[in-house]
Design a protein around this ligand. Structure first.
Ligand code: G6P
Length: 368
C-alpha cells in the first residue's frame, strides 16, 4: 500500500493532490464546444425526454449529499428546474412524492451505501426517471439505476471523501449545463460556462500550490476544539463539507452553518475559543458575509477566511486568509473545497490523527 501512496504520507493527501487530474477525467470527452453544452450519454435520456423533466430529487449520504446540495443551486439557477435534496436515509420512509417527469439522481461514490440503495429501490418502484452518479463501476447503485454517469475519479481509498466529492460537483455542473441548454440557457451562456468549467483544474492547482501556507494556518488553529464554518449560496453546502472533513479526520467538533443562520442561535456560543471559517469569496452574497464576519469578531471569535485573491477588505477584517483566484459562483465550491480539505488534513496531522482510517468510520456504510 505504501507504494501506491507514492511520495505521500497518506492516501487522503494523495487524493487531494490528484484533483486537477480527476476533474479533467470527469469532464474529458463530455463537452460539445460548438454548442456550448455537455455530452453525457450515460445519463440515458433523449433530448425530448430531457426537456420533459420538471423536477429533480437528489438522494445521497455524507459528502455525496453535500455535492447534491451544491447541485441544487446548479439545477435551479442554470437549468431552471426545481430541485430538492433528500437524505437517502429519509427518502423511502417519507413516502416521497414522485410525479411523472421527476428525475431522481442518487449520488454515491461507492455505489454501495445501504441507505442510498434503498432510495434507488424506492424510486424505481415508483416509476421515476432515474440516473445515478457513481464512482465505482458496476456497483449496486450503478446497476440497479440502470443508467447514469461515472465519475472516473479512480479508486478513493481515504475514508474521508475528497476527489470523489469534487468530481461529483463537476459532473453535476455538466448535467445542469446539459439540462440548461435544453431549456433556457443560450448557446453563448453555455460556451461561457464551458470555459469556466475548463479552468477548474488550474484553479485547483493554484490552491494546491499554497499547501504550505494552509499548513501554517492550520498549525495555528490545531489547538481549538470547536469550529464554525459559514457560507452562503453554493458555498453554504461547501461550508458543510468543510466542517465534515474536519470532524471526520481530526475528531474536532465543527459545524457548518448558513452564514445568515448563525445569528439564530449558534452565535451565542462564539467567543475567543470558537474559530469561524468564513467563505467570503467574491460571489453574490460576499457583502453579507463581511457583515457576518464582523458579528463574529465582535464576539472575539478568531476568523479564518477563504477569499478571492486581492481582496484586501477581507484580509483586513480577518486573522488569516486563504486566497483563491477569481472564479464564478458556480465554480467557487471546487477550489474552496480543496482549501478546506487541506486545512482539515493539516489540523489532523498536527493532532496526530490517523487520517486515512478514522475511528468509527467506514468508507462505505452498508447498513441502514
Ligand atoms: C461514508 C463515508 C463518506 C461518504 C458517505 C457516502 O460515510 O465515510 O465519506 O461520503 O459514506 O458514501 P457514498 O459511497 O454513498 O458516496
Amino acid at each position: 500500500a505504501a507504494a501506491e501512496k507514492g511520495n505521500y504520507p497518506h492516501f487522503m493527501l494523495k487524493e487531494i493532490f490528484e484533483q486537477p487530474e480527476t476533474i479533467e477525467n470527469a469532464i474529458r470527452g463530455r463537452i460539445n464546444y460548438e454548442m456550448g453544452t455537455a455530452i453525457l450519454n450515460g445519463l440515458g435520456f433523449s433530448p425530448c425526454e430531457l426537456a420533459q423533466i420538471s423536477r429533480i430529487v437528489i438522494a445521497a449520504c455524507g459528502s455525496s449529499m453535500h455535492a447534491g446540495m451544491v447541485a441544487e443551486y446548479y439545477f435551479e439557477d442554470i437549468a431552471g428546474i426545481s430541485t430538492s435534496v433528500e437524505q437517502a436515509a429519509e427518502f423511502r420512509y417519507r413516502n416521497p412524492i414522485i410525479e411523472p417527469n421527476t428525475l431522481v439522481i442518487p449520488i454515491s461514490q461507492s455505489g454501495e451505501t445501504a441507505d442510498t440503495i434503498a432510495a434507488v429501490r424506492e424510486a424505481v418502484g415508483k416509476g421515476a426517471y432515474i440516473s445515478a452518479l457513481c464512482n465505482v463501476v458496476g456497483s449496486t447503485i450503478a446497476r440497479e439505476a440502470g443508467r447514469g454517469v461515472y465519475l472516473h475519479a479512480g479508486p478513493e481509498i481515504s475514508v474521508a471523501s475528497t476527489k470523489a466529492f469534487s468530481s461529483q460537483v463537476a459532473v453535476l455542473l455538466l448535467m445542469a449545463l446539459l439540462l440548461g441548454r435544453n431549456r433556457r440557457l443560450s448557446r453563448s451562456e453555455g460556451c461561457e460556462l464551458v470555459r469556466e468549467i475548463e479552468q477548474t483544474p488550474e484553479l485547483i492547482r493554484s490552491v494546491l500550490a499554497q499547501a504550505e501556507e494552509i499548513r501554517a494556518i492550520a498549525k495555528r488553529y490545531a489547538g481549538f476544539d470547536d469550529f464554525f464554518y459559514i457560507g452562503r449560496g453554493c458555498l453554504y453546502p461547501t461550508a458543510l463539507e468543510g466542517a465534515l472533513k474536519l470532524k471526520e479526520i481530526s475528531y474536532v467538533h465543527a459545524e457548518g452553518y448558513h452564514a445568515a443562520e448563525l445569528k439564530h442561535g449558534p452565535i451565542s456560543l462564539l467567543d475567543e475559543r470558537h474559530p469561524v471559517l468564513a467563505l467570503a469569496n467574491d460571489i453574490p452574497g460576499r457583502d453579507k458575509i463581511l457583515g457576518n464576519i464582523q458579528e463574529c469578531r465582535a464576539r472575539r471569535a478568531p476568523v479564518v477566511a477563504v477569499a478571492t485573491a486581492g481582496d484586501r477588505e477581507v484580509e483586513n477584517l480577518t486573522d488569516d486568509v486563504i486566497f483563491i483566484p477569481h472564479c464564478s459562483r458556480f465554480i467557487a465550491p471546487l477550489p474552496t473545497t480543496v482549501a478546506l480539505q487541506l486545512f482539515a488534513y493539516y489540523i489532523a496531522v498536527e493532532r496526530g490523527c490517523e487520517i486515512d482510517q478514522p475511528r468509527n468510520l467506514a468508507k462505505s456504510v452498508t447498513v441502514e
